[in-house]
Design a protein around this ligand. Structure first.
Ligand SMILES: [Zn+2]
Length: 456
């Protein structure tokens, strides 16, 4: 009797639990049977560097009511265009990720994964988005009323003066765990070899730079004796340290420096965190307060008068930003550098498996910068420069090996979420295969750092 009764009892208990669960799940929440991760693949650039800047530019500044930057259309050399090839690769990655979406053809992706590992790949869900549309038909784009509309990084006004979401805002609305930005450089010095990440250093280090600009710190050793010294230079006419000072100044105050290191109050580059829609922008009316760049505020136009206060600066100082940008599995650069380098290792692994080898196949040290995308999303950001257009090997890869590159990136993305123990073999570049610890980004049971970017 007991044998017959007990299962029925379980069924009753199970059913009541199920009914209770269904009753208490909020209507909007969709429950998946596997973990769900959100990924944005961001092919760099698109659009056109048209003049006048006031009409076609990017970085719309509410203080001056105009664009502070020309549109950055990306590198071009010998008929190769960064925006075009990165769109090619990104759309192939996006297609592969579609296999991991709920309802996707996971069997296809499973067979790809089995080429990389002897372990049994776990089913997870990946929800994916491309950050922009196709940019390959230049004439069609130039004939649009606002050719750069869908390609701008920052929010911009339409004809009626209503603000429209730029690329960064659209990415933040998706609340991704991971953003993969794909870029190519036009040219690099001979000694510079490999694929590299672009990362933003942690707040703590940037703040030392501000102390230096204020004259509170005399020695430059804080800069030279640490891993964030390979600063991105806009031109070789100024040293890396000089560009570092310029970027520290822009990061904190919004103003460039003169070559002397003094603040250049005529070269305002805007408050970027107020150019996107997210939880860290200043409240309504901020532009009125900012206009006079008052001393002892976050809008000051002197180093000594600058106060890092408000939502954005609290975010910058938070432990979550330190997880993204400081220390981490690579020893520095946080999860951002780990994700970037791991994807580079997967790209090289994928190429080598097909017998594509080259002396430039290596993980190069990252460029350090304050670029807009890695700074203004909460997601772990893999920002990759995957080649140099002046190198014939890069051009060969773009012509003939984009399938291998895209596959490496897609498998790498999956591995960052689940961990894939790569099969060792006669390959030089074996990925670490370790997943990122996303649990540390959990704020409460209800919300994590990735979702909090736009959650009310
Ligand atoms: Zn680029």
């Amino acid at each position: 009797m007991m044998r017959i009764y007990r299962p029925d009892g379980y069924v009753v208990v199970f059913l009541s639990c199920f009914i209770l669960l269904v009753l208490f799940i909020p209507q909007k929440t969709v429950q998946y049977e596997f973990n769900l991760y959100r990924v944005v693949v961001d092919p760099g650039h698109g659009g056109a560097a048209l003049y006048p800047r006031e009409k076609h530019g990017d970085r719309f500044d509410l203080l001056s009511g105009t664009y502070l930057d020309i549109f950055r259309e990306g590198a071009s050399l010998r008929g190769y265009h960064e925006h075009e090839h990165m769109y090619n690769v990104a759309s192939k990655v996006d297609e592969l990720l579609a296999c991991c979406a709920p309802g996707g053809d996971f069997g296809k992706f499973y067979r790809i994964l089995k080429k990389y590992t002897d372990e049994e790949p776990a089913r997870v869900y990946i929800s994916h988005m491309l950050s922009r549309g196709d940019s390959r038909d230049r004439d069609a784009i130039k004939n649009r009323k606002d050719p750069n509309a869908e390609f701008r990084l920052f929010d911009y006004p339409d004809d009626n003066g209503n603000m429209r979401p730029g690329r960064i805002t659209r990415i933040n609305r998706f609340r991704p765990h991971l953003v993969v930005a794909l870029h190519l450089a036009g040219w690099a010095p001979r000694y510079y070899r490999g694929l590299n990440a672009v990362i933003v250093p942690p707040y703590e280090f940037m703040h030392k730079g501000l102390e230096y600009l204020k004259g509170e710190r005399r020695s430059r050793s804080f800069y030279y004796n640490q891993p964030y010294r390979d600063w991105f230079v806009e031109s070789v006419r100024r040293s890396g340290f000089s560009w570092f000072k310029n970027d520290v100044s822009m990061y904190f105050t919004g103003f460039r420096t003169k070559p002397s290191g003094m603040i250049d109050t005529r070269a305002f580059r805007g408050y970027r965190y107020n150019m996107v829609e997210w939880n860290y922008a200043d409240g309504p009316g901020w532009a009125l307060a900012a206009k006079f760049h008052k001393h002892n505020t976050r809008y000051a136009d002197t180093y000594k008068g600058f106060k890092p206060e408000g939502e954005f600066w609290e975010r910058e100082k938070s432990k979550y930003e330190a997880y993204r940008r400081g220390n981490g599995p690579e020893g520095y650069g946080g999860d951002n550098l780990y994700a970037s380098n791991e994807l580079i290792r997967y790209i090289l692994y994928s190429l080598e498996k097909r017998g594509v080898r080259h002396q430039d196949h290596r993980v190069a040290p990252p460029y350090i910068s304050i670029w807009s995308l890695p700074l203004h999303v909460n997601a772990i950001t893999a920002f990759l420069e995957i080649g140099y257009l002046n190198r014939s090997h890069t051009r060969y890869l773009l012509r003939s090996r984009t399938d291998e590159i895209a596959e490496g990136i897609a498998v790498g993305i999956y591995s960052l979420f689940t961990g894939v123990k790569p099969r060792e073999g006669r390959v030089k570049h074996v990925p670490s295969g370790k997943k990122i610890d996303l649990e540390k980004y959990r704020i409460t049971n209800e919300i994590d750092y990735f979702e909090s970017v736009t959650a009310k």
